[in-house]
Write a protein that binds this ligand. Structure first.
Ligand code: ATP
Length: 759
């Protein structure tokens, strides 16, 4: 029996080559030796797939006399079929492969091995030479193999022969659209998460003038198609060389890709015991940690890369991502000392000077950063100081707290601390990230400023400004990303193209800042927001994180505007899928804003939970079970879940009771409303169309809810009434009478109490 097989973890080139080989060996059976990748799985589950490829357990090994290997020539990659080689010395082997020759390769009677982009290219040529007819679907799957392995003819391993083979397959009726459909599959959410992790952990190195990216990732769960995501990452950020070191559970691996001829990642992976092509390779990492593997990589690459004129003695690294910000237009020497003196309370300026002196004393580089700097330039009051130090922030917090006789608390897992000054000011202190980068002994020299790396990880350009605190540069504005100009022009702009993927909460932060400052979103940022929403990345946020962001939005001055913007960006569905924004909802939310402003002017305690009122607005049209599910999605406390479940019914009852034909007395208003949550009352006021309802709630909140009796339980005791349910009944009756003006003085209240006790 003739058996055509390929390597474990089969890809499109493997399947394409098996199908092509079956044209050369018509009676042979095809079988996978093991697993196959997810995109292949998707293709095989589609209606376009119509071939029979057996599973390894379906093959009777005793019957196999002739083995046709495609896309591999390594026994170690044949899964259970490797037994054939050991057990049957008479086995005939033919090999069709495009991987570079290696000493432990299997030898074939027929050996068609050439360094072309895809193995199926070699087989296509043979089919063409022998004039074997191909059906259109066969040509299509074969062109898929070429497209995948050549990255749609973009990898440097692509050869003229691949293009010729593709041209031939197109003439046979291959459908490139189908290839594109299955190969350029959208990433799954899980893969997006991985992309996000990749971005966070990637660092750009420059070794002897060659730029490359190395990422170290620790994941808990196995994820297939890591290579696809790494490839997508390269495409998105236009990276030429990438090494991803990934540890999943106990298994560590290297995934390497290169579009640069000078770096053969196949050879690099070979030194780790793996293999592949010059442009795409992988290896299992054994006997070393990922950090050690990175050091091995760096020293290997330093040796391998030929020296260029731009030689850099040691690798340098910088934070990742494509800078899309404009260049700063203002000189970085702009000094904000006078602005701070003018703008800030003298006590706060003194605190800043103390931080500055402490930093000089250590010595350590310290900077004011983030929202404080933004608000200073916008001349908006903000007394929350955010400080970044290039060093140990927790130690610095301790020194500062000692100096000012304040207190401090460190958060070692985040390398941050907070210092409370005796005057009540709170200063957050963070350590610029690179200082705490976990490094093995042989640390590559970090040349990029760690402040810059820290600022680069922030959300928008106007939040990535810093003010130097060390003398003699005290007060100097640092603007790496053009944030000052964006602030002046009122523009919200992310720092790089993957910003929203890196952190989906930024979508909501952008909307929050837009309504707060009435800024506009820069065109590319807007586009990136739309793309991120389309990918569904907000689904990655836990209910609690999503709710935290919503809470911040709902506590702003104009949440109704922000909710409308959320609707424009199609974000409301991530709060709950069935929420639909319409004019009525918009009008009610506008009214909620007005009602809340009105209520704030009453200066009443307790303050309402604003977020709950806005959620009522968003949930109003949902069914009871959807409201319950929505509250669960946001991980709300039980009491608020109950409110969101019951409020529409409560409001209907309340409106019915307050809109009777005859006049409703104050005592009746009180009786209807005093059991309702403040949030429900405010929401009803915003939503009700009946003037009588609005007036009644207003009267209740302004006046009726504040009315108290002059007498108390003690007075009833003195009148001989013993404590019990009657006690409260009597007091309530007197209160209702008081609300209706039937009693007003303490004497009248006492008189009424006596009468009630008697009767
Ligand atoms: P607010 O004025 O509402 O308090 P803020 O930006 O001043 O907003 P925080 O939300 O505490 O205050 O954030 C402080 C700084 O941390 C921001 O200015 C920004 O530089 C950075 N930051 C906060 N959240 C993010 C995020 N999700 N992604 C990146 N950077 C962030």
């Amino acid at each position: 029996m003739e058996l055509i097989t390929t390597h474990i973890n089969a890809d499109f080139d493997s399947l394409a080559s098996m199908i092509a080989a079956s044209k050369l060996y018509p009676g042979a059976i095809m079988a996978f030796p093991g697993s196959w990748g997810d995109s292949l799985r998707r293709f095989m589950a589609s209606p376009f797939y119509c071939w029979k490829v057996a599973k390894p357990q379906e093959v009777d090994l005793n019957q196999v006399t002739h083995l046709i290997l495609v896309d591999t020539k390594k026994a170690s990659r044949l899964g259970p079929f490797s037994q054939l080689i050991a057990s049957n010395p008479a086995l005939k082997i033919d090999v069709y492969d495009h991987h570079p020759l290696q000493p432990d390769d299997l030898k074939g009677e027929i050996e068609e091995v050439r360094p072309v982009g895809a193995t199926v290219t070699i087989l296509t040529r043979l089919i063409n030479e022998r004039a074997i007819p191909l059906a259109a679907n066969e040509a299509t799957v074969m062109i898929m193999g070429i497209c995948e392995d050549t990255g749609f003819f973009s990898f440097p391993t692509t050869t003229p022969e691949d293009l010729e083979a593709a041209a031939y397959l197109l003439r046979c009726g291959a459908d490139l659209n189908l290839a594109s459909h299955f190969l350029k599959e959208e990433l799954t959410l899980e893969q997006f998460e991985f992309l996000n992790d990749l971005l966070r952990s990637s660092e750009r190195y420059c070794i002897k003038g060659t730029e490359m990216v190395i990422a170290i990732l620790y994941k808990e769960k196995y994820m297939s198609e890591l290579g696809t995501v790494v490839q997508r990452f390269m495409d998105m950020l236009k990276i030429d060389i990438i090494f991803a070191l990934v540890k999943i559970g106990n298994h560590s691996s290297l995934i390497a890709r290169s579009r640069f001829k000078g770096v053969d990642v196949g050879a690099v992976a070979g030194t780790f015991g793996g293999g592949g092509h010059p442009s795409a390779a992988s290896a299992t990492i054994r006997g070393m940690s990922l950090l050690e593997a990175r050091e091995k990589l760096l020293s290997l690459l330093s040796e391998e890369l030929s020296t260029t004129e731009e030689e850099v003695a040691t690798p340098t690294f910088s934070a990742m991502g494509e800078i899309i910000t404009r260049n700063p237009t203002l000189p970085t020497s702009q000094n904000l000392t006078s602005l701070m003196r003018e703008q800030l309370p003298a006590e706060l300026f003194a605190v800043i000077e103390t931080i500055s002196q402490t930093a000089d004393g250590v010595p350590i580089n310290a900077f004011l950063v983030g929202g404080f700097v933004r608000d200073l330039l916008l001349r908006i009051e903000n007394v929350d100081l955010d400080v970044v130090v290039e060093g140990d922030g927790i130690q610095f917090a301790k020194t500062l707290a000692q100096k000012v006789e304040g207190s401090h608390k460190g958060f070692p897992q985040f390398h941050t601390a907070v210092v409370m000054f005796p005057q009540g000011f709170k200063v957050d202190i963070a350590s610029a990230r690179t200082e705490f980068y976990e490094v093995p002994a042989a640390l590559p020299v970090v040349q990029e400023g760690s402040l810059r790396a820290d600022l680069y990880r922030r959300d928008f350009t106007f939040n990535a400004l810093a003010v130097r605190l060390n003398k003699p540069h005290f007060g100097e504005l640092i603007d790496y990303f053009g944030g000052r100009r964006d602030l002046d022009e009122g523009i919200i702009r992310v720092l790089h193209n993957l910003s929203f993927i890196e952190d989906p909460t930024r979508l909501l932060r952008a909307i929050r800042f837009q309504q707060r400052f009435q800024f506009r979103m820069e065109e590319n940022t807007r586009k990136l927001m739309r793309e991120a929403v389309e990918k569904g990345i907000l689904n990655l946020l836990s209910g609690t994180r999503l709710m935290n962001e919503l809470r911040l939005i709902f506590e702003e001055e104009h949440p109704a505007v922000a909710i409308q913007t959320m609707a424009e960006f199609d974000i409301l569905k991530f709060i709950y899928p069935h929420i639909t924004y319409n004019q009525t909802m918009g009008r009610i939310l506008d009214n909620v804003e007005k009602v809340i402003s009105w209520y704030n002017l009453l200066y009443r305690e307790p303050k309402p939970k604003l977020w709950l009122i806005y959620l009522m607005g968003l949930f109003e049209e949902l069914s009871t079970s959807d409201r319950e599910d929505g509250a669960e999605r946001l991980n709300l406390p039980p009491k608020e879940r109950q409110t969101l479940k019951a409020y529409p019914g409560e409001i209907t009852t309340l409106i019915n009771k307050l809109t009777k034909k005859r006049e409703v007395k104050p005592s009746q208003i009180y009786s209807v409303l005093h059991r309702c949550r403040l949030e429900v009352l405010l929401y009803t006021m915003a939503r009700a169309e009946q003037e009588a309802v609005k007036k009644a709630i207003s009267l209740y909140l302004r006046h009726l809810s504040q009315v108290r009796l002059n007498i108390s339980g003690d007075d009833l005791l003195k009148l001989g009434c013993s404590p019990g349910p009657l006690f409260n009944k009597i007091l309530k009756k007197i209160l209702l009478a008081k609300l209706d003006g039937q009693v007003s003085t303490p004497e009248e209240e006492l008189e009424m109490a006596k009468k009630l006790i008697k009767s």
